[in-house]
Design a protein around this ligand. Sequence first.
Ligand code: ADP
Ligand code: TRP
Length: 329
Amino acid sequence: MEIVLTGIKPTGTSHIGNYFGAIKQAIEFSKNPNYLSMFFIADYHSLNTIKNPELLKQYTYEIAATWLGCGLDPNKVIFYRQSDLPEIFELNWILNNVTPKGLLNRAHAYKAKVEENKNNNLDADSGINMGLYCYPVLMASDILIMKANKVPVGQDQKQHIEIAKEIARYFNNAFGSCLTVPEEYIPESVGTIVGLDGRKMSKSYGNTINLFGNEKLLKSQINKIVTNSQTPEEPKDTNCSIFKIFSLFANKQQIEEMKARFAQGIGWGEVKKITFEVANSFLSSMREIYNYYINNPKEIDRILEEGSLKARKIAQKTLNEVRKLIGKV
Ligand code: ADP
Ligand code: TRP
């Protein structure tokens, strides 16, 4: 059976960009009986940015509750925490030794930071830790240890999957075919979800709509979506952030109705009010499940522990093959 695997790093509170860009597709996959789904919380990937233990714990539980709120069924999906699998970190070290440094020099996140440093007249490596630099190798380890076939991710993760493929090939060439070369799964139709200000929605830009904020927060975030100064009577272009965000939550009929109202002229306040109603009814039952788990972290621990036991069996099998190939006695 093909393995579908994806992870999310707990570096902040999840937003609708995470849901529509990544989580939704992964959950859909998990309902397909032809695949074995493995979803995890990439908590050690967060360490290069988060140095506050309480915050890491909080975000880890939040991401776990997010997956569950979005419909992950722990009876169907192997759901685990990366840090509970020591096998990943052993493979990580082994893979470091077949990974050319030049491959990591080209990684977007690292290159962007170097560029930023240069522009600020700082040393090229200022503020860059090895966790950031080696991030793609750890991600490759997450994927390759499970011999994943398909990895559903957002567009911004494409390069990381390319790197994982390269690393698998380097290992197989050096030691013998063992690791599965994975394939990214990036649905064309999804693309990038826009944020309140029209840029990519991202916690680093502070332009997000929280996935599971309460109604009050949802309303206030939707009200912050940037519009223009057109009067209510003027016909409006649907190529704008609010329409795009509305369309994520609306059904076909609601979208057609909104298009017609844009053509006639509608006030931005009214558009925001309708967007809130549609988004809130989309999210409210998911939010209930999320709230249940966030208030019952022991339940989350239990689910993740069970998942880790299953995941470790697969990881140990791969690691044993790898150890043999490299000549570990
Ligand atoms: P952020 O940019 O807010 O830090 P992450 O990097 O933690 O988000 O992203 C987690 C997952 O959500 C990734 O698979 C990423 O591709 C997806 N994702 C994040 N933001 C967006 C967005 N604006 N549009 C589409 N997908 C997104
Ligand atoms: N780097 C991914 C992100 O920022 C998270 C991640 C870590 C991941 N390991 C992974 C995604 C393995 C897919 C497969 O979103």
